[in-house]
Design a binder for this molecule. Structure first.
Ligand code: ATP
Ligand code: MG
Length: 339
């Protein structure tokens, strides 16, 4: 009888145990609508379904931000953005990456089983290498630090925009390499990407990115939002001419804010002709401003209560660090540095 009860309990526990979700955003600039639709919205939507760990990737940001005032300001800004967007610190463990120094230790173990040509194939590195004169070692090693972020928490799913898909694959590869070298230690995480928001385009049509300077800020002032919306690059068709919505950078962003009938009506106005790009931009500006209004109000609350934000981050950091101690012991045992 007891054995049956124990088995039933184990079964019940297993099916009720929430899977673990982990993701983060770099405090490398101002959060934009691509970050919101590509990542943060998923974090908020999934916070009841998963045991969620959401962090601010401050160690990653040092690859591009090397100014302490800017970095610390950006960290608090991302924390306020997360909270204003609806992340609930009672449900989600919200923390700074640097509060878990063990990720840097784990990244080192991973570095020792990773080859240079493998990292040279990373698209983010290839992009950066084309632009920068000399890529720093931190940026080159970005996928390995990200693998450590994910694997140290035994994450089951990692919701990201599609630009990060390859990095999650690197985390899976790295888990397999480590397991082969040191014995079974890590589970393989799954990437979670929503097709319709996989890549939100920026005002120049490239992927919207903090580092490309082509963003529409999520929490910009009305003026900033208007200015960036008005700078969305279009072709030179006159208002009367029919236009292809699928190749229009403005329409691509309308798609995030308009649903069903409203979107179809706008699509028709594009194809019929008679809608100028200026009018389409004015409409988009109104859509964005009314969409963010409630989040803005929440953010204003946190701006006035910054100590509360710091407290949330500190207690999240403590919880996240406690949480990985057992895992680190197993990792160190398996590597052989525990004697
Ligand atoms: P940086 O230019 O510094 O790399 P970023 O704008 O690309 O910044 P990240 O902090 O690298 O932002 O990414 C945070 C999350 O937002 C990731 O999950 C990433 O996939 C997602 N994301 C970033 N930009 C977009 C975008 N344009 N469309 C969809 N998702 C995006
Ligand atoms: Mg990025």
């Amino acid at each position: 009888m007891w054995v049956i009860c124990a088995k039933l309990f184990t079964f019940w526990y297993y099916i009720n145990m929430k899977k673990r979700l982990l993701s983060g955003i770099q405090p490398s600039g101002t959060i934009h609508i691509g970050n919101y639709f590509g990542a943060i919205k998923q974090f908020v939507d999934l916070q009841d379904t998963y045991e969620s760990f959401i962090f601010i990737a401050d160690l990653h940001a040092i690859t591009t931000i090397q100014n302490k005032d800017i970095l610390s300001k950006n960290i608090l800004n991302v924390a306020m953005d997360y909270l204003a967007c609806g992340l609930d610190p009672k449900k989600v463990c919200l923390f700074k990456q640097s509060d878990i120094p063990e990720v840097a230790e784990l990244a080192w173990y991973f570095n020792c089983i990773t080859t240079m040509p493998y990292l040279e194939r990373a698209t983010a590195y290839k992009d950066a290498n084309m632009k920068a004169k000399e890529v720093n070692v931190g940026l080159f090693d970005y996928p390995i630090l990200m693998a450590a972020d994910i694997l140290i928490h035994d994450a089951d799913v990692v919701p990201v925009g599609s630009d990060q898909k390859q990095h999650v694959e690197y985390a899976r590869d790295t888990a397999i390499k480590f397991n082969n070298a040191f014995g079974q230690t890590f589970k393989l995480p799954e990437v979670l990407i929503l097709k319709e928001v996989a890549i939100v385009p920026g005002i120049d049509g490239r992927k919207m990115s903090k580092s490309y300077g082509n963003t529409i800020p999520l929490f910009g002032t009305d003026d900033q939002i208007r200015k960036t919306v008005m700078s969305i690059v279009t072709d030179s068709k006159k208002p009367s001419e029919p236009k292809d919505p699928e190749t229009c950078n403005i329409f691509a962003i309308h798609k995030l804010f308009l649903k069903n009938e409203d979107l179809e009506n706008l699509r028709k106005r594009y194809t019929n002709g008679g809608l100028g790009y200026k009018e389409s931009k004015d409409m988009l500006y109104e859509e964005i401003v009314s969409f963010i209004k409630p989040m803005r109000e929440k953010r204003e609350y946190y701006e006035k209560n910054i100590e509360e934000v710091k407290k949330i981050l500190n207690s999240g950091g403590e919880r996240a660090r406690n949480n990985i101690q057992n895992k680190m012991k197993i990792i160190r045992d398996n590597v052989g540095v525990n004697i």
